[in-house]
Design a protein around this ligand. Structure first.
Ligand code: NAD
Length: 249
């Protein structure tokens, strides 16, 4: 018995990083997973590896209303319904607010915040039609506190928590629970962009994080599984920090 037997879950940004681990874990726990991303090669390869009966890749730029509609249609055609959504896709740029170009600010808000809004707006009616289910949004440690150099990102992640709380209130009566994960530093391509030595990243967080290490994407996936499955049946509207104790300091 898997914890997600019979469920059909759409995961955005599923081609790599946390989304990939969420897709892998959810499939291992019995779900059918719909993998949405803009990295077609990696997303397609992951779907193939997980198996046609268990996974499907759809090109889904989360900023596009048309892509959302097409992804939902493809998911229903393939697996008959959708009763879970993980809004995971996100982008990060480092810049102080006074030197952030408007286009950069808008691009970050567009993916992280508007993408989350479009996901809720498009998929929640499908989840309701399927008899209820769950939405897990991906905020951040910086959705709850400030951090110099990531103003646009932090603003967008604070907004994700606002969306989470309002969606939880509006959708509770339809049997849909909405929660958010708030990761600290997690060892993914986002934390190790080109030109950055992963060993230096790991050393930085060894010193900064109370538990003495950077987090792993499979650890965030385990939290997303908890929030998607029945073990969290009485929880909605909440942010869940997973940061090795960083925010406690
Ligand atoms: P990542 O960069 O490794 O993966 C992000 C994925 O999102 C990629 O596959 C990318 O192609 C996809 N994506 C980007 N723009 C997209 C778009 N417009 N439409 C669809 N897909 C798109 O990053 P990650 O670390 O796995 O991050 C996953 C989520 O976790 C993000 O929302 C991120 O902000 C959040 N987060 C990450 C960390 C961290 O330290 N890695 C910490 C806190 C929060």
């Amino acid at each position: 018995m898997g914890k997600l037997d019979g469920r059909v879950v759409l995961v955005t940004g599923a081609a790599r990083g946390q989304g990939e681990q969420e897709a892998r874990l959810f499939a291992a726990e019995g779900a059918k997973v719909v993998l949405g991303d803009v990295l077609d090669d990696a997303g397609g390869a992951l779907a193939k590896e997980l198996g046609e009966d268990r996974a499907a890749y759809v090109r889904l730029d989360v900023t596009s209303e048309g892509d959302w509609a097409a992804a939902v249609a493809a998911a229903k055609e393939r697996f008959g319904k959708i009763d879970g959504l993980v809004n995971n896709a996100g982008i990060l740029r480092f810049n102080e607010l006074v030197s952030t170009p408007l286009e950069e600010f808008q691009a970050i808000v567009s993916v992280n915040q508007t993408g989350c809004f479009l996901g809720i707006r498009t998929v929640a009616p499908e989840i309701a039609a399927a008899g209820g289910g769950t939405i897990v949004n991906t905020a951040s440690y910086t959705g709850l506190t400030g951090m110099a150099g990531v103003g646009a990102y932090a603003a967008s992640k604070h907004a994700v928590l606002g969306l989470t709380r309002v969606a939880a209130l509006e959708l509770a009566g339809k049997g849909i629970r909405v929660n958010a994960v708030c990761p600290g530093a997690i060892d993914t391509p986002m934390s190790n962009p080109e030109g950055v030595d992963p060993a230096a990243t790991a050393e930085l967080y060894r010193k900064l994080v109370p538990l003495g290490r950077i987090g792993r994407p499979d650890e965030v996936a385990a939290l997303a599984l908890f929030l998607t499955g029945a073990d969290s049946a009485y929880i909605t509207g909440q942010p869940f920090v997973i940061d090795g104790g960083w925010l406690a300091g």
